[in-house]
Design a protein around this ligand. Structure first.
Ligand SMILES: [Zn+2]
Length: 552
């Protein structure tokens, strides 16, 4: 292949224009042959904006339709917004996966939960390792982030070299794993980088993200000075932070107990991969009562206020094994993910009401971000020196702040939204086409489109309720007996209002003209609008209405 016979394109199906749900594609096209690789496959959360949604992900329809041409999925790191959708979307993609040992350990556990353990081929690549997928020559580059083994991906094609950074920061002392491999990034720059597709999360934050090492020192000093029970919550995948908390506990003469499933899973995955080995095994919920308060530190899940998390349950005093109160302290070694402020606030109110003392990143150095602030972004542009910049992983304001910084750093930026297809080379990059995008919601154990019929009905039911009328009619369309009306979430079955609605409904049905009665479709429609009117008159609501017609 020579550069003038092929063309390289990038297209994000998720994660660009809104945080989370990363799903990126690179396409190599040579004549009529197309080859794709996917990078990352993550989930996002509904939050307060979409209360009917718990977990959602990018709709992979575009690439699922072309899955014979999808040669592989590369995972940059094991954060949920990069790896969380693999176990759900893989049946539609059915391609081999490449990732580091730690990401593989996390992924295997997830695949087990969805029964895919032996179906997915996982190629484990050491951090910094090189591998080929079809026409794509790939190399992992080690980065510091807030999880072990985060990797950027250098993508070598005849049309040029692209750096897909994934999530990263610069930290001289990341504590777990090596610092960002600046020599490798500079070497790429020396070779000449066509385009850099780069993290925008903190593109509006001036300065530097700060070092994990400083958090370790600060946590050590804080925890040494505390009496009573101490609980610390942090992101479960931040293994360096967990190590810092455990070391601070050790120095303060406290044993560490872990409470919450995601922390236990991450602890297991980390130890499998050789991390945290200098620490004794953590205690469990069963051991809590055996340790005096002043000698106990509890690592607990729920930093984002998730209603079912251990910490939220402790706040409501509903946890079966653990309660906190007067004289106890909770350290939030985490940030508030946008959208979760309310849930976190409610939980913190509950805890304070119980007499618990709170420490957060607003008043103590207990957290640093895993994403690059503007000084770090400027530095990576100096190392990599890309001709073109494609900001990803951020909302629109972050992408555009990043684009401006890239221009100042000498790269020409291109702003994309999910579904835009940008041809990167040869020739000047241009957005040449678009792919359909959407979101899928995980509803129990199945996936349904966010904008589809099921979720539309769910939203309507959530805000306006549902009414179901049951009507028995004979062959000529005359009523047999009284219609029944039920409206859970709207009418109290005991209430005489329900009775009145049923009466109004019956009266309306008895008035239907003969022509309508004979036509089942028309009867149903007329019955639905009669029921809607009967309800609307009472409450001024527009519930979801359905009628069951039983011909006897
Ligand atoms: Zn990440």
């Amino acid at each position: 292949m020579t550069p003038d016979t092929g063309e390289l394109a990038f297209l994000p199906l998720g994660g660009t224009g809104e945080i989370g749900m990363n799903l990126n594609l690179y396409r190599w096209r040579d004549g009529r042959d197309e080859s794709f690789i996917a990078i990352d496959c993550g989930i996002g959360f509904g939050g307060s904006e979409l209360p009917e949604v718990d977990v959602m992900m990018a709709d992979p329809g575009f690439i699922a339709d072309r899955r014979e041409d999808l040669l592989g999925l590369v995972i940059t790191h094991a954060h949920e917004d990069h790896i969380g959708a693999v176990a759900w979307l893989w049946p539609r993609l059915q391609c081999p996966v490449w990732c580091t040992p730690f990401a593989a350990a996390v992924l295997k556990r997830k695949l087990q939960e969805t029964g895919l353990t032996n179906k997915v081929r996982i190629n484990v690549i050491a951090p910094g390792g090189a591998f080929d997928i079809g026409p794509f020559g790939l190399q992992f580059i080690r980065l510091a982030h807030s999880i072990p083994e985060a990797q950027a991906l250098a993508i070598d094609t005849p049309a040029g070299l692209v750096l897909h950074t994934g999530d990263w920061k610069l930290d001289a002392k990341p504590l777990v794993g090596p610092p960002t491999d600046e020599a490798a990034l500079t070497a790429l720059g020396d070779r000449g980088v066509l385009a850099m597709v780069c993290d925008s999360t903190n593109a509006m934050v001036e300065g530097h993200s700060g070092s994990e090492h400083d958090v370790r020192d600060s946590l050590g000093a804080l925890i040494r000075g505390l009496r009573g029970r101490v609980a610390v919550t942090c992101f479960a995948s931040n293994i360096a932070r967990i190590e810092s908390i455990a070391l601070a506990a050790r120095d303060a003469g406290r044993s560490v107990a872990v409470v919450g499933r995601s922390l236990r899973n991450m602890d297991t995955a980390a130890r499998e991969c050789g991390y945290l080995r200098s620490l004794p095994p953590f205690l469990t919920e069963d051991d809590l009562d055996d340790v005096p308060d002043d000698n106990l530190l509890i690592l607990v899940t729920g930093s984002q206020g998730e209603a079912r998390s251990a910490l939220a349950r402790i706040g409501r005093d509903e946890h079966p094994r653990l309660s906190l109160g007067e004289g106890d302290t909770i350290i939030f070694s985490s940030r508030m993910i946008p959208g979760n402020e309310r849930a976190i606030g409610t939980m913190q109110d509950n805890l304070v009401r119980r007499g618990v003392r709170l420490m957060t990143d607003a008043d103590h150095l207990v957290h640093v971000s895993g994403h690059p602030a503007r000084d770090e972004l400027r530095r990576i542009y100096r190392m990599v020196r890309p001709r073109f910049a494609v900001p990803v992983h951020g909302e629109w304001r972050h992408l555009s702040a990043h684009a401006e910084l890239a221009r100042e750093a000498g790269a020409e930026p291109f702003l994309l939204e999910d579904g835009d297809i940008i041809t990167l080379g040869p020739g000047r990059p241009a957005i040449t086409d678009s792919a359909p995008t959407g979101r899928l919601v995980l509803d129990g154990t199945r996936l349904v489109p966010l904008k589809g019929e099921v979720m539309n009905a769910r939203r309507r039911i959530l805000f306006n309720g549902v009414v179901i009328g049951s009507v028995a009619i004979d062959q000529s369309g005359m009523l047999r007996g009284r219609p029944a009306v039920s409206a859970p979430g709207l009418l109290d079955a005991e209430d005489d209002v329900a009775e009145r609605v049923a009466e109004d409904f019956e009266d309306a049905l008895r008035d239907l003209p003969i022509g309508v009665r004979r036509d089942e479709g028309a009867f149903k429609e007329a019955a639905r609008s009669a029921l809607r009117r009967a309800l609307g008159r009472l409450y001024g609501k527009r519930p979801l209405v359905d009628v069951h017609l039983l011909r006897v």
